[in-house]
Write a protein that binds this ligand. Structure first.
Ligand code: GDP
Ligand code: MG
Length: 299
């Protein structure tokens, strides 16, 4: 029997950066489990998601944040606000960038915000597996210049390179403290919330342009039946035209999204799922404060 450590360490680690640098991919890779959805499109993550890593003597609570960007609607504004709010309470801040691309104005802006926070600041250079945008160029000096970093670590979240080194740098900076979550809990999201996120992830994968960004999902019913879990969700979109695209010819698109999402939900629950998807038009919900509230997007 292993002895209980005398002194626990625990703390909050914020993963921040502009959209699409790989924050959610990193969270999933660190936990070895999918707790945050990922897509090739910016603004996939809408609210901060906690991923909890418990190891002997320590608990690291990662906070995956929405990418900080210049918002074009109320939902976007809220996303940025929620992301920025994680900074003051973080013990360690991982400022994540895409090392295969030169820094942009957004990287500079976020780096400045990070500099003002109290936590330990690590520069995490992701996507080392990807060739630089212009052959032979090295963007590291330009990223380094964006602030003062205790440490810089090159990783590939997708290929799982450099993660052990990153984890040990984070561990070394955790404050003393008891675990804040049960040791077997991996995220702060419920199975219902995760299931809805999986549907949104598949919509982001299969649909073009604006449509997936106009989607908000409500879980209306969740019933454990004898042979399967029955789940009914409403997918809200903003326009009639988006509803048409989402459903697709002969219902084909909705079927494709539904069966891909069902597979993910079944993997999570470890049992068969019957997924019943409905589509509703809710004009302008992304700019409607009350709709945002009951769809779960609150400050
Ligand atoms: P986020 O917006 O910062 O959360 O980014 P995501 O985790 O959603 O990832 C955005 C895109 O970058 C996805 O297509 C990922 O597969 C991709 N990506 C993430 N990490 C890496 C990496 O290490 N290497 C490469 N080549 N792509 C990555
Ligand atoms: Mg994300």
């Amino acid at each position: 029997v292993a002895e209980e450590p005398l002194q626990w360490r625990s703390g909050f680690v914020a993963l921040v950066g502009k959209p699409n640098v790989g924050k959610s991919t990193l969270l999933n890779a660190l936990l070895g489990e999918k707790v945050a959805i990922v897509s090739p499109r910016p603004q996939t993550t809408r609210v901060p998601v906690r991923g909890i890593l418990s190891r002997p003597g320590e608990q690291i609570i990662f906070i995956d944040t929405p990418g900080i960007h210049e918002p074009s609607h109320r939902l976007g504004k809220l996303m940025v606000e929620l992301a920025e709010r994680t900074l003051p309470n973080a013990d360690v801040i991982c400022f994540m960038v895409d090392i295969s691309q030169p820094p942009t104005r957004l990287d500079r802006m976020i780096a400045q915000q990070v500099q003002r926070a109290r936590g330990h600041k690590l520069l995490v250079l992701n996507k080392v597996d990807q060739k630089p945008k212009r052959p032979g160029e090295n963007y590291l000096p330009a990223y380094r210049e964006l602030g003062q970093w205790e440490m810089e670590i090159a990783i590939s979240a997708r290929r799982r390179l450099g993660l052990t080194a990153l984890l040990s740098e984070i561990s070394a900076r955790l404050p003393e403290g008891p675990p804040l979550y049960p040791l077997d809990q991996m995220t702060d999201q419920t199975e219902q919330q995760l299931a809805a996120e999986f549907v949104r992830e598949k919509a982001l994968f299969y649909l073009q342009q604006e449509v997936p960004h106009a989607i908000a999902i409500e879980v209306e019913e969740w019933q454990e039946k004898e042979t399967a879990t029955y789940i009914r969700m409403t997918i809200n979109v903003e326009k009639e035209s988006q509803k048409g695209i989402l459903i697709g010819a002969g219902g084909g698109m909705l079927k494709k999204i539904g069966s891909a999402a069902r597979a993910s939900i079944e993997r999570m629950l470890g049992r068969p799922v019957y997924l019943d998807l409905w589509v509703k038009v809710r004009p302008n919900w992304r700019d409607d404060p009350s709709a945002l509230g009951w769809l779960g997007y609150r400050a």
